[in-house]
Structure formats: structure tokens, C-alpha cells
Write a protein that binds this ligand. Structure first.
Ligand code: G6P
Length: 610
């Protein structure tokens, strides 16, 4: 949700900032802007739309200078127009500021500042920050102190980077609720919403925490808190290489991320499976294992695709660990009065580790003194740092806005947790070994499922003009139906619904006619016969059936117009395999419709506002 970049160093800032913005474009792409400071003042450019539009708009301008800030926006307050694009400036164009987050008390501050004579040009909440800094800056108050004083009046969330024409070669950044990473190069520093813009330049970083502010010049970096204590920050290493954020010859990040799943699933399990003992080893949980093991209740909270993974986790944990599990949308959890006690544990699942609702749910659960575990992909993310313990996915950076590889890694990690806890409670060694062995072979099963790509593409070509899709599944495959429908909606803008197959009779069956493709996950498991009956109910109403079935199932082709085969695995792991053709189906349908797969309209990858 909005990406920000900053640079101070000896190189020209413009190309570094533009490249950095492109790596953050997944966070928002409504408008973009840049400001460069060069000792003679601030020069800036803004444009509606994507970063390519910004590049075109600055084609003829000379934005020369070695210090600068830039922004790509996902609109919250104010339409995505050029005037609402960041950077925002003060009255005299002395201060330029980029912001990710929401200033909650901006109306009151805007009235106060207007009364003092400030002139506002945009409808954004952000612009008040530039004017507020202007109020304090000058007369002996340097930029860092002015930003600190301004922020002490602000309520809300922010990651900001600020430049001032009065202090060449200086940037000030601060964080409250929206992520900011500082890259430490040789005589140069970088600021960004995540590590992707930084990794081409340096792997050494510090992560700002809430309530912290940093002043950067070419020679020096100083950290303090907003309440004015000087602090030290630990230098950390970025754990991935540049290749991980390149498209690698694929047309889209999403396709690359779908295709790399055999590897990412393997990476999620690396060093964690104990085949002989039939269990798993999860270092991140080791110290707090007892609270999970003896929990009377587990509550899993998440948003979007991560919420679908959570549902699969519920099925697994209840079946094998025998602890009652509830799954709740983080956005609901945080505003209810959830009953939590010291015997309840909470697991928060988030690819980005920054989703505002999930983070608020984590804080709410901690407030109620529950143990909170995190399952995150982004190392060093806020949820990863604020939870008591947790497990990283190690799936590598996910850049396509629609989540794919993170989902299969989330389910894999939930299976590892299930195996570990299950073996400590009730599962026998033999059963544990069977699960461990199937997990070990899961990357190969996924590779086999990916072989359906050409067939799925042909089906996508046939159905890409349909206006509605229904996805049905039962048991472990019900969340797969939800996820398949969400993928299609997100990137192709086709209306799609996921349903537990038997529930179809209670409503969606009314929608079925010869124009309605119905994707049924009908793999051979404990609910197979039942789902065949559901398929027949669709056929009787002339619906078009696209079945996801287990290799070797000859019966199914009598019931479905199209059958996409996936290899057999354990029922609990089937969601990982069965999701693959659904990801491909959404991808190919979206490309046939000419949609922007990696940056679907109105969405952002990391939703850092509620
Ligand atoms: C956004 C993304 C989804 C993602 C959801 C939760 O809506 O577009 O792909 O599933 O946020 O994100 P998280 O990072 O918490 O898993």
C-alpha cells in the first residue's frame, strides 16, 4: 500500500529512485512522483498512473541531484490525480515529503494550519505533514527536529521520507505502522518500504521500528525515537539475491511465481522434515512449543489468501492435533470482543507481515495476554517481529499482487506444524513417517501438476469471455474453491464464487445454466462420491463442468466436460496440488482478457491501511 524510496549518496538519484519505485510498484500504482534536491532547491515531477507515465512526464526535465525521494501511490484520501500524487510540498516548496499510511487527525490539523495561513493544494491527508514540518523548520530548528516535532502532533500511521531545500544531502525518515528499511551502502544510503529496491545496491539494512526516526547524510546516519532518545540499530543482512526479484524471462511475476512453486515449497521445508522420526523441526517455535501443544484452543487470523490457508490449517490441526481451532478474518477479530484467555493461542498468517488488520489483530491478542505466533514470508516484517514466536515461509519475495507461492508455502508450513504437534500428541510414528514422506515428495507432485499448463491454457481460451464462474469443493478442498475463485476475481475481474459443494443447493444452484462454468475440485478423497453427486446436480442444469481430478480417475470424464488431472497425495496436502491448475486458470484467463496480471486494478499487495 504505497511504496516509498529515498536516496542519499554520490550517484545521480533519479535512475536509482525510478528503478526502486518499479520494484515497489506492486504496493500501489495509482500515481507516482519524485523530488530531487541538488543544493539549488527541490525539483519535482508527479504523474497520474504508473511509474512508466512518470518516466514519460520527466523525459525532458533535468532532475539532477544526488539526494531524492519518490513514491508510488495506492489512493486512500483523494482521487489518484496528479495533484494528489506525492511528494507533497509546503507553501514555499522548501520541503518535500512522501508518505505511506493514513493521518487520522488530518482534518483538525488542516484547519489549524489553514488558519495560520498555510495554503493546501491537494485533497490528501499527507499534505498536512509537509506544512506541519514547515511550521517548525528554520530559525535554528533543523529538518530532523522539525519532523520530530511535527510527528508528535500526528495521530495515525506513517512511513515518511522528507527532504528540505535548506539541508542539501540530508533525508529524514520516520515510521509508525508502515514499514521502512534503511540500506547501508558505501558512502550512500537508501530508504524503502521493503528490501527490493535496496538489494541491487547493498545487503546491509536496518529496519525502523514504530516511533523511530532516522537522519541520513552522505557521511552519517543517526537514529532516535520520536520522544527524542538517541538509539542504536542492529545491522541485518537481506536474505535473498537480486535474481529473486527479477522476472527471469517470464511475461509476468505471477507466472514465474506459479512455476517456481516446486522450489519454494522445498525451501519452506528445508531442514525442517525429519523423515525417520516422522516429525518436523521448527526452530522458531522451539521455545514456545508448550503453549501451542497444551493450548485449549487455537485461533488463526489472517486476510485474503492467507485466510484461505488458515482454513486449511484448521482442518489439519483439528484432524491430527485434536485441538479446537477457529479461523477469523483479522478485520473482524480486531473489532469484536474475542474471548481469549491464557489457554488460547493465536496464529497470525501474513505473507507480507505488514497487513494492517492482521497486525492489529496480533496487537489485540497480545493485549489480552495470549501467546501469538506468526507465519510470515517477509523476514523482519512487523508481524514477524511483534509475534512471540513463529515460522518463516522462506518462499522468497512474492511480487505478483495475487498471492500464489506464498499460499502453497503457508499450507506447507501449517502441515509441518500439524506434523510436529500431532506427533507430540497422538499420531503414531508410522503415520508421522507417512506424512513426512508425502511432504518430502510434495514438490514433485506440484511439478507434475504444473504440467497441466497447456491444457489449462486451452480451457482458459474457451471460457475467458464468461461473466461468472462457480468453484466448488468439499472438506480440505473447500478452501481451495475459495482460493480459486479469489484468484480469478482478482486478476481477470470476472465474478467468481467459491462454495462448499453441498451448499450449492442452498442458493448458487439458481445461477446455473449453460453459460456457467463450474470448476469442481473432485480429487479422490473421503468426499469423492458426494462431490460426484454435486457434479451431477450441475450437469442436470446444463452447467459446464471443469473438474480437477486425481490422475488415473477414469470415471470422472463421464461427468465433466473438461478434466484436469493432478497427482495423488495425502488428503491434507491435496490443497497444495489442487490449487496449481486453479492459479494457472486464473492467470491464463486474465491474459486472454488482456488484464494487467501483476498489477490488477484497485488492488495492492501489501494492505497497510485498514
Ligand atoms: C492483499 C493481497 C492478497 C493477500 C492479502 C493478505 O489483499 O492482494 O494477495 O492475500 O492482502 O496479505 P498478507 O500479506 O497479510 O498475506
Amino acid at each position: 500500500m504505497c511504496g516509498i524510496v529515498g536516496y542519499v549518496g554520490q550517484h545521480q538519484a533519479l535512475p536509482i529512485l525510478i528503478k526502486g519505485l518499479k520494484r515497489l510498484e506492486y504496493r500501489g500504482y495509482d500515481s507516482a512522483g519524485i523530488a530531487i534536491q541538488n543544493g539549488r532547491g527541490l525539483q519535482y515531477a508527479k504523474s497520474r498512473g504508473k511509474i512508466s507515465a512518470l518516466e514519460t512526464s520527466i523525459n525532458n526535465q533535468k532532475l539532477v541531484g544526488t539526494t531524492g525521494i519518490a513514491h508510488t501511490r495506492w489512493a486512500t484520501h483523494g482521487e489518484p490525480t496528479t495533484v494528489n500524487a506525492h511528494p507533497h510540498l509546503d507553501c514555499n516548496h522548501t520541503i518535500a515529503l512522501v508518505h505511506n499510511g493514513i493521518i487520522e487527525n488530518y482534518r483538525a490539523l488542516r484547519s489549524e494550519l489553514t488558519a495560520k495561513g498555510h495554503h493546501f493544494v491537494s485533497e490528501t491527508d499527507t499534505e498536512i505533514l509537509a506544512h506541519l514540518v514547515e511550521e517548525f523548520h528554520g530559525n535554528g530548528t533543523d529538518l530532523c527536529e522539525a519532523v520530530r516535532l511535527a510527528l508528535s502532533q500526528v495521530k495515525g500511521t506513517y512511513g515518511i521520507v522528507v527532504a528540505s531545500a535548506k539541508e542539501p544531502g540530508t533525508l529524514v525518515a520516520a515510521r509508525q505502522g508502515s514499514p521502512l528499511v534503511v540500506g547501508l551502502g558505501k558512502n550512500e544510503f537508501f530508504l524503502a518500504s521493503d528490501c527490493a529496491p535496496i538489494v541491487p545496491h547493498t545487503k546491509e539494512v536496518t529496519y525502523l521500528d514504530d516511533g523511530e526516526i532516522v537522519k541520513i547524510t552522505e557521511e552519517k546516519i543517526t537514529y532516535k525515537t520520536i520522544d527524542d532518545r538517541v538509539i542504536d540499530k542492529a545491522v541485518e543482512k537481506i536474505g535473498f539475491d537480486l535474481d529473486a526479484i527479477e522476472k527471469d524471462g517470464y511475461d509476468h511475476y505471477m507466472l514465474k511465481e506459479i512455476m517456481e512453486q516446486p522450489q519454494t515449497i522445498r525451501d519452506s521445508m528445508r531442514g525442517r522434515l525429519l523423515l525417520e522420526e516422522g516429525t518436523a523441526r521448527l526452530g522458531g517455535l522451539a521455545h514456545d512449543l508448550d503453549s501451542l501443544l497444551y493450548a485449549r484452543r487455537i485461533l488463526i487470523t489472517a486476510c485474503g489468501t492467507s485466510w484461505h490457508a488458515a482454513l486449511i490449517g484448521e482442518y489439519m490441526l483439528e484432524e491430527f492435533v485434536k485441538i479446537p481451532v477457529e479461523v477469523e478474518y483479522a478485520s473482524e477479530f480486531r473489532y469484536r470482543d474475542p474471548i481469549l484467555d491464557t489457554d488460547s493461542v493465536v496464529i497470525a498468517i501474513s505473507q507480507s507481515g505488514e497487513t494492517a488488520d492482521t497486525l492489529a489483530a496480533v496487537r489485540e491478542a497480545k493485549q489480552k495476554r495470549s501467546k501469538v505466533f506468526g507465519i510470515c514470508n517477509v523476514v523482519g516484517s512487523t508481524i514477524a517481529r511483534e509475534t512471540d514466536a513463529g515460522v518463516y515461509l522462506h518462499a522468497g519475495p512474492e511480487i505478483g499482487v495475487a498471492s500464489t507461492k506464498a499460499f502453497t508455502s503457508q499450507v506447507t508450513v501449517l502441515a509441518l506444524i500439524t506434523l510436529l504437534l500431532g506427533r507430540m500428541r497422538s499420531i503414531s510414528n508410522a503415520r508421522g513417517r507417512r506424512i513426512a514422506q508425502e511432504l518430502e515428495e510434495l514438490p514433485e507432485r506440484v511439478a507434475e501438476a504444473l504440467e497441466s499448463a497447456d491444457q489449462v491454457k486451452a480451457i482458459a481460451e474457451k471460457y475467458h469471455n464468461c461473466r461468472n464462474f462457480l468453484y466448488l469443493g468439499r472438506g480440505y478442498n473447500f478452501p481451495v474453491a475459495l482460493e480459486g475463485a479469489l484468484k480469478l476475481k482478482e486478476i481477470s475481474y470476472i465474478h467468481a464464487e467459491g462454495y462448499p459443494a453441498a451448499e450449492m443447493k442452498h442458493g448458487p444452484i439458481a445461477l446455473i445454466d449453460e453459460n456457467m462454468p463450474v470448476v469442481v475440485i473432485a480429487t479422490q478423497d473421503s468426499t469423492y462420491d458426494k462431490i460426484i453427486s454435486n457434479i451431477e446436480e450441475v450437469r442436470a442444469r446444463n452447467g459446464r463442468i471443469i473438474a480437477i481430478a486425481t490422475k488415473g480417475d477414469k470415471e470422472i470424464s463421464k461427468h465433466a466436460q473438461h478434466v484436469i488431472y493432478v497427482p495423488q497425495t495425502l488428503e491434507m496436502l491435496m490443497p497444495v496440488v489442487a490449487t496449481i491448475p486453479l492459479q494457472l486458470l486464473a492467470y491464463y484467463i486474465a491474459t486472454f482478457r488482456g488484464c494487467d496480471v501483476d498489477q490488477p486494478r484497485n488492488l495492492a499487495k501489501s494492505v497497510t491501511v485498514e
